[in-house]
Design a protein around this ligand. Structure first.
Ligand SMILES: Cc1cc2nc3c(=O)[nH]c(=O)nc-3n(C[C@H](O)[C@H](O)[C@H](O)COP(=O)(O)O)c2cc1C
Length: 186
């Protein structure tokens, strides 16, 4: 027996993206965005409210970094999603995160989050609030890479957003091999 849950924003898994930006004076803002994902090999699209300080910053600077929240930093990652720079300009400082200017784009990298996309803005649509970004580079801390230079999920613990339960959930175990397991039915 199936049940209708209605039109809800329940996507599994939904990423927890942590966006960092500079304003025109070099002040840092950080926000949490779960409504986003890959839209091409080198593009990320996210739905970002036009009223957020982050949106104003990206429209001016043309750049942002998008880190992945991990289970080691749930509290600051949630904090930047519930407080706006518009209300508290000390937000980035209070998060406890520290920052280094990206060498690739005009935006800060969060030192504590080991994986981040460095991006330039491609477009922002005021009506749909869809922000499309070009991935210029991925900056990864060496500690989350295996001996082949690949992301090692036994060390890196990205979290996903469970909208139905307002929860953050760590990624689970490997259950298959992409582009290969389906061949069993060919
Ligand atoms: C789990 C979670 C997911 C969120 N996802 C989004 C999102 O996808 N888009 C968005 O516009 N706001 C989202 N928010 C809300 C913003 O992060 C929040 O309003 C933030 O304070 C905006 O900060 P700013 O005004 O300093 O840019 C989310 C918040 C949380 C806690």
């Amino acid at each position: 027996m199936r049940k209708d849950l209605g039109a809800k924003a329940y996507l599994y898994p939904q990423p927890v993206l942590i966006i960092s930006t500079y304003d025109e004076d070099g002040n840092i803002d950080v926000m949490n965005a779960a409504w986003g994902g890959m839209s091409d090999y080198k593009k990320i699209s996210m739905c970002i409210d036009r009223g957020h300080r982050t949106t104003a910053n990206v429209l001016k600077s043309g750049a942002l970094t998008i880190a992945m929240a991990d289970s080691e930093h749930v509290i600051p990652c949630d904090y930047v999603g519930i407080v706006s720079y518009n209300k508290d300009p000390e937000k980035a400082k209070k998060s406890g995160f520290t920052f280094t200017k990206s060498g690739k784009v005009n935006a800060p990298l969060i030192n504590e989050l080991p994986f981040a996309f460095e991006c330039n803005l491609i477009s922002y649509d005021e009506k749909t609030e869809i922000m499309v970004c070009e991935i210029v580079n991925i900056s990864a801390d060496e500690r989350i890479l295996d001996e082949n230079g690949k992301i090692d999920l036994s060390v890196f613990h990205p979290i996903t957003y469970d909208a139905a339960n307002s929860a953050y959930v760590e990624l689970g175990r490997k259950v298959g091999i992409a582009f290969k397991d389906g061949k069993a039915l060919m």
